[in-house]
Design a protein around this ligand. Structure first.
Ligand SMILES: Nc1ncnc2c1ncn2[C@@H]1O[C@H](COP(=O)(O)OP(=O)(O)OP(=O)(O)O)[C@@H](O)[C@H]1O
Ligand SMILES: [Mg+2]
Length: 521
């Protein structure tokens, strides 16, 4: 036991140290604090046999999603979820009844690899080190949103880094290739007024087979897409970013949006439908682009509608025609704070992703712009080389009509075909209008189901033969009725196009009147 003298001696020694400390200059204090703060973690790591890896939801740049996070999430949900008691379930597909189950926050699961145990936890907040994968020697406090934390024994460090992590990534690739669900993303302003992507499962019904358009043009587009999809080596050989830009133009109802769905089906890509009106400025736009994944179609619909704002601005800004640089800096979308330079999305900001500096970030991306009025678009957007392909979606002619008749009525020939072909050549009718006429009326559907029901109520279950016969009759009647209706619609359209609208007649009459008055004076 220490005597009283010893304690007194210790106390005075400490008092001496305290006095000495207080007399030391401030910079020495700083140095001493620094040494202590670096020694403590080292000492802790020396005694702590565990290490940890943090996989945060966003990468170092903060605005790019960390794919490793998705990989771990999928891996743990599929491989280790059995040992978890807090899970989240989401039904992602309209066709499959299999919910996607993922770990809930703060849930810990254990995995084993080559005899080593790994502890995974989904933390609602991530470590201060936001890098893709950061290794730290001691458990640190967290301050950033969502991360997975992997804890393992020090002696397995090499195993984890060189074998376990790569195996997680491999497994993730296998799992996603097998269970991929295509998604449709759209951006909207989040709580902090920042634009973020949200998505829903996406199974567009349209395929190229159903697209009513010139056959040669359709084949050309499909070949172009196939060449693009297989063009990884070609693009790297010629030093071009692996991306492709399409401009779809044509009147409303000619199938521009339908074409996008068909392309997504054909390529099996996700679709990002970019709503520029909820993007505040170029840096937000950049973040959104960087948040898109590879193998995706980025769509900006009705670019002419946004350009309309430009056109009004153009006059105000006295932009010189042909001067791309000045024109590009005009606003695409103007927000509430008109004086704030930062709260604007510019055409140059948009184009830097399509074929500028930022276009090289990410690969296998298709950009699609759609417009109803190509003539109203900014020349900077449509100048040669900017968009790889301009696709015109046009009015429905006979060849396109045959595709629609096959899809909607399941017929390849009919006595009214010749007349319809002639009328389609004489009028400008959109595929949407034709498709509308080919839709079997619900009245008819009601009629057939009633007939089938009556049959069942007789007590005699309807025989297949009679069913088939009835269905055939129904189809025939449907086709006759729909095509006759279409002929009527087309005739009406032809008449309307032959007679100029009333206001045009009135204007012409006025003009004539003015001319005669002028001549008279
Ligand atoms: N070329 C086409 N082939 C098959 N169906 C078509 C075609 N064009 C239009 N349709 C039908 O008409 C509907 C409307 O077409 P869609 O929305 O693709 O036209 P759009 O050109 O995008 O029109 P908008 O310019 O108004 O956006 C579609 O749901 C589809 O059923
Ligand atoms: Mg559309």
């Amino acid at each position: 036991m220490a005597s009283v003298e010893t304690w007194v001696g210790f106390g005075s020694a400490m008092a001496g140290v305290g006095l000495l400390w207080s007399r030391m200059p401030e910079h020495v204090h700083e140095e001493a604090r620094y040494i202590i703060s670096s020694l403590v973690p080292m000492a802790m790591s020396y005694f702590n046999p565990y290490e940890q890896i943090t996989v945060s939801e966003y990468g170092e740049e903060r605005f790019r999603r960390n794919k490793m996070f998705d990989a771990v999430s999928t891996y743990l949900s599929r491989v280790c979820a059995g040992g978890a008691c807090k899970l989240k379930a989401e039904l992602c597909s309209n066709t499959k009844d299999d919910p996607v189950v993922t770990l809930d926050e703060n849930q810990e699961v254990v995995d084993s690899f080559d005899g080593a145990r790994m502890w995974w936890r989904l933390c609602p907040k991530a470590s201060k080190n936001k890098g893709a994968i950061t290794v730290s020697y001691y458990p640190g406090e967290t301050d950033e949103p969502r991360c997975f934390r992997l804890v393992f024994h020090k002696r397995h460090r090499q195993l984890v880094l060189s074998s376990y992590i790569p195996s997680v990534i491999r497994r993730w690739r296998e799992l996603t290739a097998k269970n991929r669900q295509r998604r449709l993303f759209t951006n909207h302003a989040s709580e902090g007024n920042k634009s973020v992507w949200t998505s829903v499962p996406y199974n567009p019904p349209a395929t190229f087979d159903m697209l009513a358009m010139d056959h040669a043009k359709k084949v050309d587009i499909m070949e172009d897409l196939t060449a693009f999809q297989k063009g990884k080596e070609y693009h790297s050989k010629v030093g071009k970013a692996w991306k492709r830009g399409y401009l779809l133009h044509g009147p409303p109802g000619t199938g521009k949006s339908t074409m996008i769905g068909a392309m997504a089906n054909f390529l099996d890509y996700d679709v990002y439908d970019l709503d520029l009106t909820s993007v505040k400025n170029n840096s937000e736009l950049r973040k959104l682009f960087l948040d898109t994944t590879d193998k995706s179609i980025i769509v900006i619909e009705d670019i002419d509608a946004i350009e309309d704002e430009l056109t009004t601005k153009r006059k105000g800004n006295k932009v010189v025609n042909g001067d791309d640089e000045i024109r590009d800096k005009r606003m695409l979308v103007e927000f509430a704070d008109k004086n704030d330079e930062k709260s604007r999305v510019t055409l140059s900001g948009l184009l830097s992703f399509v074929d500028g500096l930022w276009s090289a970030c990410g690969s296998e991306r298709v950009f699609m712009f759609t417009t109803n009025h190509i003539d109203r678009l900014d020349p900077a957007l449509i100048r040669p080389g900017r968009m790889d392909k301009h696709i015109e979606m046009s009015y429905c002619r006979f060849e396109a009509f045959k595709v629609l008749a096959k899809s909607y009525l399941d017929i390849t020939d009919h006595s009214l075909f010749a007349e319809i072909g002639r009328l389609l050549d004489e009028t400008d009718t959109t595929p949407a209008d034709v498709a509308d006429n080919l839709m079997v009326r619900s009245k008819r559907n009601g009629e057939i189901s009633r007939l089938l029901l009556d049959d069942e109520m007789d007590g005699s279950p309807p025989a297949d033969v009679s069913n088939n016969f009835m269905l055939r009759c129904k189809r025939k009647r449907d086709a006759d009725e729909c095509l006759a209706g279409l002929v009527e619609t087309l005739k009406k359209a032809k008449m309307e196009s032959a007679t100029p609208p009333m206001d045009t007649i009135e204007e012409e009459a006025k003009e004539e009147h003015n001319m005669t008055q002028k001549k008279a004076t």
